[in-house]
Design a protein around this ligand. Sequence first.
Ligand code: GLC
Length: 462
Amino acid sequence: MTDMKKRPTAESKPVDHVTMTPGHVATMPVGHVTIADRRQFLIGAGTMGAAALALGTGLGIRKARAQSRAEISFASAAFFGKETFGDLIKAFNESQDRILVKNIELPPPSSSTEVYQGLVQQLARRNGTPDVFSQDVIWIAGFAAAGWALPLDEYFPADKRSAYFTGTLDACTYDGKLTALPWFMDSGMFYYRKDVLDKHGGKVPETWADIATIAAAAQKAGDIDFGYLWQGKQAEVLVCDAVEIITSNNGAILAPDGKSALINQKGAVEAIQFLYDTIAKTKISPQDVLSWDEEPSRQPFTSGKAMFMRNWSYVWPIAQDAKTSQVVDKVGVAPLPAFPGGKSSACLGGYQLGVNANSKQREAAIELLTWLSSTETQHRIALNFGLAPTRPALFQDAQIKKEQPFMASLEKVFTGATARPKTAQYAKVTLALQSGISKALVSGNVQAEMDALADQINKIVA
Ligand code: GLC
């Protein structure tokens, strides 16, 4: 771990990009530290004559320029697509000359738990760094309850808020206060290979049982290696997969009042049993899904080896890009299936924006937030990252409709998505879920593991 107290050396350059992983909480070289060091360097250099003086003058000009811009930091999980969040921050820096943002790159969003831990380490120091951060929708309650996220109501009054989906605003609200600004939405969806499906009935399956039957038939016929890919790794995404299948069987993780677990009830147990069976019984999924999160499951799909897959929307632009995909124009996207008597359910994901309650640069932070969440930037994020806007108007945008057709056709899937438990205790609840569901999927003792898990969750939320 880089020592936060360690001063950069005289050679250190202004940095507008830092990579940070938990266990490696990088020094965040905010500008004034760099400038102070330069001053020391100049005092030493002053004795060295004219050359040093000339150098000193150059640095002096740069110092004056740097000081005229408010310097803030932005930390986020590293999403990628046709560009990176680092590129977005660069565009913001170039768009104006009042604020200079340092980009702090956390691990990828599939490492949600690790990104969370990295942010918690920073925010708990209460020293104002990072000034702005993006937060997975599941952390909003916890960050607000800890007093780390600045309430934003006064900066984004009702007339500004009305441009966002009400569901996303609800997700950004804790204890009656808006503690996050909507940014982009994610939701679980069902990818299928149109060409393989055409040979096997042509109709997009709407029940889990149909998936198993069709996928097994396609595998048996040798048309495909893997029938169905999902994410069984002991990680946050497993909770997302579980929420979807459990809800689609009229089950739930917690009771509506959030005070007791329902994960050991019939609806949930049957759903987890189905996932276990995809590996052990129907064999439409390889054993490997138990160690796969988003990207390892996406790769065999876009290289043409799988018929069906559950994943997030970021896969679409990758699947449609000939540089990264063997299945361009062969992929369809639909709502996930349900059990008989249940309804299709997508897990609500996505990252929303937050301001550090201890930031000393609130005005600059709000300006960055406003830019990141603007119509223009959300438009850019939709096109370049495949991430859905939180502004309903953008779902009608012609270019987005053309380049990301699934967004408009699945608008209801996004807006009707099922949230993971909204509790300040979520960090504990998710670790219990990840471990308990994982044990059930490895052992096949689904009821016993769900009983043990329910006991554990009841202790956390009671
Ligand atoms: C996506 C979702 C996020 C979720 C994560 C799990 O990034 O947007 O909400 O927690 O996947 O891997």
